[in-house]
Design a protein. Structure first.
Length: 345
């Protein structure tokens, strides 16, 4: 028996019923933490949790008192934004050759003042190895850009501020070095990850829950919610303290924003988020434009990928391995490549 009308291929009704029951259990009030008001009303308060590398970090019960209206704060401070994309150049079966375009852009207020672009290539065995390599080259590019810039402001990354314990010691030290260099230059490291594992103890997403709470309390205004976790509860490899923010009332996007824990000893989270909100593009609100520009300019299109494949093959012929590479990769179709590797994170 199938379920749904007007679909080319319908869903199995049993699957839909199972999914509906699970979602009901997530969205219904089955909270663990209760608060009793003065008039005896019981208020339920879910708790944020973050599960990373085998450790579960429990946060503070969600409370509307931590919601704040977010106002853009005009400034002419320095903003350095770094992002990188990655594509598989050659799938060799058990391994892959991947390339990345890394882009660092610098702004003074909303005026662009500089950029750095570089292409990198590597042979990797696993997607985790590829992800660590991508992290390394982003931080290496940030380190070089920091050496060329002067002024207080922000270092924006499109990832969480985390020195994953599974990374090699040299990678973790590089991440720590970039943070130290940025702070010494009076730049606040801020991470805005594309994806987040932030959830509530009910199974519901933290961002969605806080967004609905903010909508009821503040209407459509831009907002931020901080803190989610006690400082002492965060492991040392979490370099940032997470906040939740909606940067513009004209956007529906709600973001996780990691602010450097070391910087928060001298910078107010709300002030920092207000200055980040100022950096939006009015034609595409909800996200800081410097980081969006770095993201857009780091993309590698299909035609560019083909050119890079030919260019790398020619370069490798100087070492006598270009034709061997082509012969090996010819056994793997583009379908296999996308299935096994996809776009490397």
């Amino acid at each position: 028996m199938v379920y749904g009308r007007g679909l080319s291929v319908s869903f199995e009704r049993a699957d839909v019923e199972i999914l509906a029951e699970k979602l009901k259990r997530i969205f219904e009030d089955r909270r663990r933490y209760l608060q009793v008001t003065l008039d005896g009303t019981v208020v339920t308060k879910p708790v944020p949790i973050l599960t990373l590398f085998g450790r579960v970090v429990r946060g503070l019960p969600v409370d509307a008192s931590r919601l704040r209206v977010l106002e853009p704060v005009p400034h002419t401070k320095l903003t350095l934004a770094v992002d990188a994309s990655a594509k598989v150049l050659f799938n060799l079966g058990a391994t892959a050759i991947i390339e990345s375009k890394v882009v660092a852009v610098a702004y003074r207020g909303v005026k662009r003042i500089g950029e750095r672009k570089v292409k990198r290539v590597a042979l990797v065995l696993t997607k985790f190895e590829a992800a660590e390599w991508l992290t390394r080259i982003e931080y290496e590019t940030a380190l070089k850009a920091l050496a060329e810039l002067v002024g207080s402001g922000y270092l924006l990354l499109d990832r969480s501020l985390t020195a994953a314990p599974l990374y090699r010691p040299s990678t973790r030290e590089l991440i720590a070095k970039v943070e130290r260099r940025a702070l010494a230059s009076r730049l606040v490291p801020i991470g805005i990850p594309k994806r987040t594992r932030l959830a509530l103890d009910t199974g519901e997403g933290t961002l969605g829950y806080i967004s609905r709470m903010a909508s009821k309390r503040l209407g459509g205004y831009a907002f931020y919610y901080y803190p989610l976790f006690r400082e002492e509860s965060l492991p040392p490899w979490m370099l940032g303290s997470p906040a939740v923010a909606k940067l513009s009332e004209l956007s529906k996007s709600v973001l996780r924003v990691d602010v450097s824990r070391r910087a928060l000893s001298r910078v107010d989270c709300g002030d920092a988020l207000g200055e980040i909100a100022f950096l939006q593009d009015p034609s595409n609100p909800g996200y800081p434009y410097p980081l969006k520009a770095a993201h857009e300019e780091s993309r590698i299109g299909d035609s560019e990928l083909e050119v890079d494949q030919m260019a790398l093959t020619e370069l490798l012929r100087e070492w006598g391995v270009g034709d061997l590479l082509l012969a090996q990769s010819a056994a793997y179709t583009s379908f296999k490549e996308r299935s096994l590797w996809g776009d490397v994170p």
